[in-house]
Design a protein around this ligand. Structure first.
Ligand SMILES: Nc1ncnc2c1ncn2[C@@H]1O[C@H](COP(=O)(O)OP(=O)(O)OP(=O)(O)O)[C@@H](O)[C@H]1O
Ligand SMILES: [Mg+2]
Length: 243
């Protein structure tokens, strides 16, 4: 028997034009700062945007944005609070600051639950901050939301890119849309990652230099938007949007 909640998920997401998963083969490459800042940048462009934190290992976007005590409202589902023009939803509303040591089936259930209770408004983009790697959560989301589009983050590290390569292969086998690859924390651009990405027939979205001032801007959405990190990200994502 199919889970009736799967139909509900489709309905809940039907008000959203694009669902963008910010993902990587590896942890610590900047997915959460990219996802958080991307949602602010899209909102600043006047788009209707949502941000969904689905990092089961350690949700962090609430800390990056400084969401504070904004909490969702219950009304025939859960209505995400609006924060700097972004409809914001996170696993943190379920788990608090407790660790989330969920495994296999529990992760699937939690993902299905959050997707089936959240009542998004009409959005042009929903940005999803993904957990690292090719774990259960990533595979579940590929299955539950086939129209999800993937924005892949890597660093210049050969090891990071090796794991990204595997993620790309997996996404391609499953016929998923890959928006492109973003190179983050670049100290000195060598063009190597661009070459590798383009050789795979994918779009190289650009690079974001390592920004020593980023850390002190975390927790303050306005300050985040003023960083060089945000400026570089803004330029990189322009190519993803209609003029
Ligand atoms: N371009 C950059 N310049 C300087 N610091 C950066 C940059 N990008 C990310 N960071 C820092 O690197 C750390 C890791 O970033 P982040 O938490 O976004 O990575 P992640 O990929 O989401 O990690 P995880 O896989 O654990 O969820 C953070 O402290 C962040 O501020
Ligand atoms: Mg993260």
């Amino acid at each position: 028997m199919t889970d009736p909640r799967l139909e509900i998920i489709d309905r809940r997401l039907s008000t959203i034009d694009h669902i963008i998963a910010v993902c990587s083969g590896k942890g610590g490459v900047g997915k959460s700062v990219v996802a958080s800042t991307l949602s602010l940048l899209l909102a600043r462009r006047g788009l209707e945007v949502g941000l969904l934190d689905l990092d089961f290992t350690c949700p962090a976007t609430h800390l990056i944005l400084g969401v504070g005590d904004a909490t969702p409202e219950e009304e025939r589902g859960i209505v995400p609070p609006s924060f700097h023009g972004v409809e914001y939803m996170s696993l943190i509303y379920y788990t608090g600051e407790r660790p989330t040591p969920l495994r296999g089936g529990d992760i699937t259930n939690a993902i299905i639950e959050i997707l089936s209770v959240t009542r998004w408004g009409r959005l042009s983009h929903l940005v999803v901050d993904m957990p690292p790697g090719l774990g259960d959560a990533t595979l579940d989301l590929m299955r539950l939301i086939p129209r999800m589009e993937f924005l892949i983050v890597t660093t210049p590290s050969r090891i990071a890119f090796q794991t990204v390569r595997r993620l790309i292969e997996l996404l391609r086998e499953a016929d998923r849309v890959i928006l492109g690859v973003l190179e983050n924390m670049v100290l000195e651009s060598s063009g190597r990652i661009r070459g590798e990405v383009e050789a795979m027939g994918l779009k190289y979205l650009g690079f974001i230099p390592f920004d020593p001032k980023l850390e002190e801007a975390l927790g303050d959405a306005e300050a985040l938007l003023q960083t060089d990190f945000a400026t570089s990200l803004n330029a990189a994502v322009s190519s993803l949007l209609p003029d």
